[in-house]
Design a protein around this ligand. Structure first.
Ligand SMILES: [Zn+2]
Length: 484
């Protein structure tokens, strides 16, 4: 086997194996301004809130970097962090004596998360970690009333940016702690509180929820819709009656009327008229979304991005599933970094797949552009294919054929996993004359090649010498090309 790595493969790996983005912004000088969605459930279960930003001092987070004084555990390990979505739970306002309750609350949140689609069908794409952050005092700031101050590790509190139900942490400290222990694609910060509240830091990918509230998991999943799914709120309160802006970048809201959206084949045009069991709503176009009543539309009457206790609608499910696949690699081994050039009839390439919880990937193998084997094939054995002298290309394409993603470009980019290998063959296979049959004519062909010193007839070491060893090797290969 050759040991040269393919530069193309390495470059492709850097492009395709990426972590979920952390959208850091600098407000200049030594301050950090992060985008954040203040968002919480009302008594009725409807959600309300709006988007804004917060300015923080990055210096404070420095002292937490690299610190590993807290107990930290991995609760769900599905594989390497670089090819999975890593969720890290941290708590704030829990004293040492309250950590057992925090652990129970995290267990409850995980159970609820993986009972909710599309997380349930994609559980195998996630790793889950928990850090038992210990605070000096119990509870969080301004809880239950404004003015109460608590000395806690993540400085979590209500009245974030002057909004009573906005529950935020110092997200730079939160991320610094999480990253000291784990790769943290997404962080879930649980406050020791039974007050309704929440917020999603889309700058640091931190979802906030109150831990001792029975609705905690529901809030958490909604906030993950913002941070992991990059989804907009679909409720129509909290902002001006008429939507004032340009078309938002989020896929689940638009200022386009239905006909225009369909004509432009944008946003959720792939889903209009569809209704999937287990998901929210017949997909169409309803006015009122993203904090305004008029001039902006949402895909379904109700959904998890509009109210508590609902499911996601299909456009949101599609976006979430695509986001899950950003770090995911459906081929666990060989990795995209491993050698992709081989030599000889004895080349074997075993393949190990990762796959979603709901179903195996659909796999297509090709040899020199022609399909081979069946989808379940997990090893390529060159000896089975009578490869003639020359260079051969073996490719594999493994795709997640979920009905929940319809965007063809994204299916190719995110939901399909590729590998390719080159195999150099210098000597004749048992089907020496390449007529598709192994018979007397191959022996005759080989003897002719041998007597005319055709380099491809020089099967045995040392190279350049034509002797009985070459003939014996051909007879061996003739009897059983795989030597089994
Ligand atoms: Zn929200």
């Amino acid at each position: 086997m050759k040991t040269r790595k393919s530069m193309l493969g390495i470059v492709a790996a850097y492009i395709s194996v990426s972590t979920l983005p952390v959208n850091a912004q600098s407000s200049g000088d030594d301050q950090y301004e992060e985008p954040i969605i203040f968002c919480w459930p009302k008594d009725s279960g409807e959600l309300t809130g709006f988007t804004g930003s917060r300015v923080m001092d990055p210096q404070k987070a420095q002292q937490f970097r690299g610190s590993t004084t807290f107990n930290a555990v991995t609760l769900l390990d599905n594989g390497p962090s670089q090819s999975h979505v890593d969720l890290v739970f941290v708590g704030d306002g829990y004293t040492e004596d309250e950590l057992d309750r925090f652990r129970n609350e995290v267990d409850f949140a995980i159970e609820k998360l993986f009972n909710a689609e599309p997380f349930k069908s994609y559980k195998s794409l996630f790793n889950i970690h928990r850090i038992d952050v210990v605070s000096n005092e119990s509870g969080v700031d301004n809880d239950p009333t404004f003015g109460i101050e608590k000395d806690t590790a993540l400085d979590m509190g209500f009245w974030c940016n002057g909004i009573p139900r906005a529950l935020c942490s110092d997200t730079l400290v939160t991320r610094a702690i999480a990253e000291s222990y784990f790769e943290a694609d997404q962080i879930i910060a649980i406050g020791n509180s039974s007050t309704r509240g929440g917020a999603a830091s889309t700058g640091q990918n931190v979802a906030h929820a109150s831990g001792t509230l029975s609705t905690m998991a529901d809030v958490m999943i909604h906030e993950l819709g913002h941070t992991l799914g990059q989804l907009a709120d679909e409720y129509s309160t909290g902002g001006p009656a008429d939507y004032p802006g340009i078309d938002p970048h989020q896929i689940n809201v638009t200022i386009l009327e239905l006909d225009d959206m369909m004509d432009q084949e944008t946003k959720w045009s792939n889903w209009v008229g569809e209704s999937f069991p287990g998901f929210d709503g017949l997909v169409g176009s309803w006015e009122g979304a993203r904090y305004s009543q008029f001039g902006i539309y949402r895909p379904s009457i109700n959904s998890r991005m509009r109210s508590s206790y609902r499911n996601f609608n299909m456009p949101s499910v599609e976006k979430l599933v695509m986001q899950f696949h950003i770090p995911f690699d459906g081929i666990a081994s060989p990795t995209i970094f491993e050698f992709n050039e081989f030599e000889g009839h004895d080349t074997n390439i075993p393949v190990v797949y990762n796959h979603p919880t709901w179903q195996d990937l659909t796999v297509v193998w090709k040899l020199d552009q022609e399909p081979i084997g069946d989808g379940a094939m997990n090893e390529f054995r060159a000896c089975e294919y009578q490869l003639q002298p020359g260079r051969h290309l073996v490719t594999i394409a493994a795709v997640d054929e979920t009905p929940w993603v319809r965007d063809q470009w994204q299916i190719e980019q995110l939901l399909t996993f590729h590998r390719h290998w080159w195999i150099d063959i210098e000597t004749y296979p048992s089907d020496a004359n390449a007529d598709g049959q192994i018979n007397y004519f191959d022996i005759s062909f080989y003897i002719n090649a041998f007597t005319s010193s055709d380099p491809a007839a020089d099967l045995a070491e040392p190279k350049g010498v034509f002797d009985v060893q070459d003939v014996l090797m051909f007879v061996d290969r003739f009897a059983d090309s795989c030597g089994s």
